[in-house]
Every structure is written in C-alpha cells, then in structure tokens.
Design a protein. Structure first.
Length: 274
C-alpha cells in the first residue's frame, strides 16, 4: 500500500495517465489502479519499468523503492491469523508494525494495543458472536502479539486519546475492568506512550466523526496513513489534504484533553470508583 502510494505520486508528478503506465508494463489501466491501492503483489520488473517511465534514475532512490517492493511481497507473521480476521485488517497490522509513530483516538472501547488479555477476550467475544472458543482465543492471541510492538526495544511513539466513554463502558466483569484501568495507568508511565483521556465534562469535541488512527513511518518519503474501521470494511486515507484534517482533529483532541499526568489521575479516580 505504501509503495503503491509512492508510485501514484510519481506518476501524477510526471503527468502520466494510468493507461500509459499500464502500457509500459504490458498491463491494463485497472492493474495500475490496483497496484497504486496496494491490492496486488508487485513484480520487480514492473516496478523497475515504472520507475524508469517516471524518471527515477538515481540508484539510491530506485533501490529504496525496489526494496519496498520486495518487502511488500513477503508474508508477515500475522498472515497465519487470516482465518479469524476480516479481509481488510491484515493490511492494518502490517502498517502498524512498520510505523514509527502511532496516533489514536478511540471512543467505543480501549484500543487493542492497550487491552489486557481478559478485557480483549470480552471485546472479541462481543464482536465475534457465534465464533468458536478456539477462534476467539486465536483473535486474542493476535492482539497480544501486536502488543509486543508496544514494549519492543525499538518501539515507536504512541499517542493515545481515549474518550471517557471507552473507560466507563464495561467489557467483562468488575475485576476485568479494574485490571484494565490499572494496566492503562501502568502503560501510561512508559516513555514512548502519551495517554490522554477526553472527559465527559468537556462536552462536544473534534472527535465527533468517531475513532481513527494515524500511522507515520520512519521514511520521510512515505505519507502518513489514516485508518478508520467500519462494520464491513475499513478506510485507508493517504492523500495529504485528508490526513491533514485528521491530524488537526487529533491535535485539538490533545489540546482539549487533560495532559498525561492529569489523565493518569483521572484513571486512578475511575479505578477507585470501580
């Protein structure tokens, strides 16, 4: 998906149509469209030909993009869980694993990267009604595997804004919720985590469109990606004007929410009440 986004920008910068790009690699316009959306695998020869067409002749830049193409064709660890995942989610897990900064606003429940095992199991059971216990456990295992990214030696920066509604809506029994609140307090102390709570008392705010995630990557040439999950699909936005609006919304959420220390105090207050 990231490579496709890069190829699209290079093509548009040269004023080349998808039809012309397709002709250069002996393919259709629709294949170029699928490549640019990251919905097909990449042949190295095709990427080489497109880079030549787009005027990318500098060896370092070419190799950077060709390396991305090779990586795009390697199945990630999460592919072993595709039997219990919706079709759009493996793409997100791959992007999440490649990101250097992950910014999140969540309103329905605690974000998956911050969930305890017991809370995650309650959330998965609610979301996978009728699923077998084995499938529920596999989905929980995937969530816990993703969380290793949070604690890795080279972990990215995480900025979370959780709506107070996500903290008060019960998933599991009282002990599950108490354990989840304590976990949030503990995780919020990590140096790579900035956790804020948007309190009910603030009223209306810039997160009115619902939950979203912004993923940023270490390569400055790669655009940020906004991820929004829906009931039967997900949206991935990478156009600068779209990303900018979500970045502004998150910036306002961070400005309007209590800071990390005050938010931690809010979590402690909720823990005492639970």
């Amino acid at each position: 998906m990231l490579l496709g986004s890069q190829l699209r920008r290079l093509r548009e910068a040269r004023g080349i149509t998808r039809e012309a790009a397709g002709y250069s690699i002996r393919a259709s316009e629709s294949k170029i469209s699928r490549m640019e959306l990251g919905r097909v695998s990449f042949k190295t020869r095709d990427v080489e030909d497109l880079l030549t067409l787009y005027g990318i002749t500098e060896e370092t830049e070419r190799e950077s993009l060709l390396s991305l193409a090779r990586e795009a064709n390697v199945a990630g660890w999460w592919h072993s869980y595709t039997d219990v995942l919706p079709s759009w989610f493996p793409t997100y897990v791959g992007l999440e694993g490649a990101a250097s900064l992950i910014r999140v606003y969540e309103v329905q429940f605690v974000h998956g990267l911050l969930q305890t095992e017991q809370y995650a199991r309650a959330v998965v059971r609610r979301g996978m009604k009728g699923a077998s216990p084995a499938d529920v456990e596999r989905r929980v295992a995937l969530r816990l595997e993703r969380q290793k990214h949070l604690f890795a030696h080279s972990a990215p920066e995480f900025h979370f804004v959780l709506d107070e509604a996500a903290l008060r809506r019960p998933y599991g029994d009282r002990e599950v919720m108490r354990g989840q609140l304590q976990h949030l307090i503990d995780v919020s102390e990590r140096p790579n985590v900035r956790l804020q709570v948007m309190p009910f008392g603030f009223g209306g705010h810039s997160g009115e469109s619902g939950a979203f995630t912004i993923l940023s990557f270490p390569d400055a040439d790669l655009s940020d990606v906004v991820y929004m999950e829906q009931l039967t699909s997900a949206l991935y936005l990478d156009k600068r004007e779209d990303v900018a609006q979500y970045e502004q919304a998150l910036k306002e959420l961070q400005q309007d929410s209590p800071g990390p220390d005050e938010s931690r105090d809010l979590l402690r207050g909720l823990l005492q009440l639970s």
